[in-house]
Design a protein around this ligand. Structure first.
Ligand SMILES: *Cc1c(COP(=O)(O)O)cnc(C)c1O
Length: 362
């Protein structure tokens, strides 16, 4: 059966080869007679699966040895609390977090962090409807912030950072859920990077945290032991039972990325796919994308029909053509095409062809 192209923002499409491998290994993983779901997390097999995934991620992102890679059973929304609880124990006085407010997800992070720290919105894109990322030249930082928070790809607003801010000695914390593994970047510029797996790395149920050694071991006393990065680091993500199957699936995706040629290949593909789609939108009289060209996301492309009355017809026709889940986020309306690593070029080509034909006939 030919599968349709799925443009869901998350949980998102997975490489077909990964789904096939997971299916083939479901009942009997590598001759052990059981599924990965049925094996102890203390077994040699599962310890091997987790360390292989960790090593592959370290290799793909060139993560320095001074950083720990943690798999944690907490989605990014939960990490919005878990991260401050881990990073704020160092300061004696009420700490401040410098936040860069660029859209829905950075907003949610800062809202949650308010429970644990004073928040300084150092820059906000709100007045520009989040269609621009404020230039670091105008960020108004505090002197002694515990850390700076950014969301480097705003999944809903469709903006992406194409620069890494220099925060000096203040640790930079980045939510990379929706563009991690889409291009190479210098991990050493960050104090902590986090990403839910269900956008690009695998399935829901696990997140990856990449944290510099010197930032672990300072959790607030109220931080649950199972979410203390120091504990997770000491036990190689097995302080408690980790989401074994979700980590296994991450491992399959990481192997797939390596087979495709790693992050430079992912970046080249992302440039090509997003370029095709933005060119189609910009050349048309029907579709618009309001995001500033300097920060248009290569992963999430929101677009609107100038005639909103055509939305339902557009979506129904898309579905008939095997182009699924193009409806925009409920807070934005319109459309959104999420075109992560696993979306083949053929999917974007088919979408663009459909959009042109729709415009011609409506
Ligand atoms: C999807 C997403 C989240 C939220 O993920 P949950 O699993 O719902 O907690 C947070 N940040 C970004 C950038 C996302 O794309």
């Amino acid at each position: 059966m030919e599968r349709p192209f799925n443009f869901s923002a998350g949980p998102a499409t997975l490489p077909e080869a990964v789904l096939e491998q997971a299916a083939a290994e479901m009942l009997n993983w590598r001759g052990r007679g059981v599924s990965v779901m049925e094996m102890s997390h203390r077994s040699e097999e599962v310890v091997g699966i987790i360390s292989q995934a960790e090593n592959d991620l370290r290799e793909l992102l060139a993560v320095p040895q001074t950083y720990r890679i943690l798999f944690i059973q907490a989605s990014p929304t939960a990490l919005n609390a878990v991260i401050p609880m881990n990073l704020l124990g160092k300061s004696r006085h009420l700490p401040t977090i410098d936040g860069i407010y660029t859209g829905v997800w950075s907003g949610r992070s800062l809202e949650e962090a308010k429970k644990y720290a004073a928040i300084n919105i150092a820059a906000s894109g709100e007045a520009a409807h989040f269609n621009q990322i404020p230039s670091p030249d105008i960020w108004r930082m505090t002197d002694d912030a515990a850390y700076v928070h950014i969301c480097s790809n705003e999944t809903i607003n469709g903006t992406e950072f194409f620069f890494t801010p220099d925060t000096g000695t203040v640790p930079l914390v980045a939510d990379m859920s929706s563009h991690i593994l889409s291009r190479p970047f210098d991990v050493a510029r960050y104090g902590l990077i986090f990403a839910g797996a269900q956008k690009i790395m695998g399935m829901a149920g696990v997140s990856v945290v990449i944290v510099r050694d010197d930032l672990t071991g300072y959790a607030l006393p109220i931080c649950p032991a199972a979410y203390d990065f120091g504990n997770l680091a000491a036990y190689h993500s097995c302080f408690n039972t980790p989401p074994v199957y979700a980590i296994y699936l991450c491992g399959l995706v990481l192997q797939w990325v390596k087979r495709q040629g790693g992050l430079t290949a992912m970046e080249a593909a992302a440039i090509k796919k997003s370029g095709l789609l933005y060119d189609c939108i910009d050349a048309s009289g029907l579709y618009v994308n309001p995001v500033d060209r300097t920060c248009r996301s290569r992963m999430n492309v929101p677009f609107f029909l100038r005639d909103e009355a055509l939305n339902a017809t557009f979506l129904a026709g898309a579905e008939q053509n095997g182009l699924l889940q193009l409806k925009g986020h409920r807070s934005m309306g319109g459309m959104r095409a999420s075109i992560y690593n696993a979306m083949p070029l053929a999917g974007v080509e088919k979408l663009v062809a459909y959009m042109r034909e729709f415009e011609r006939t409506h």
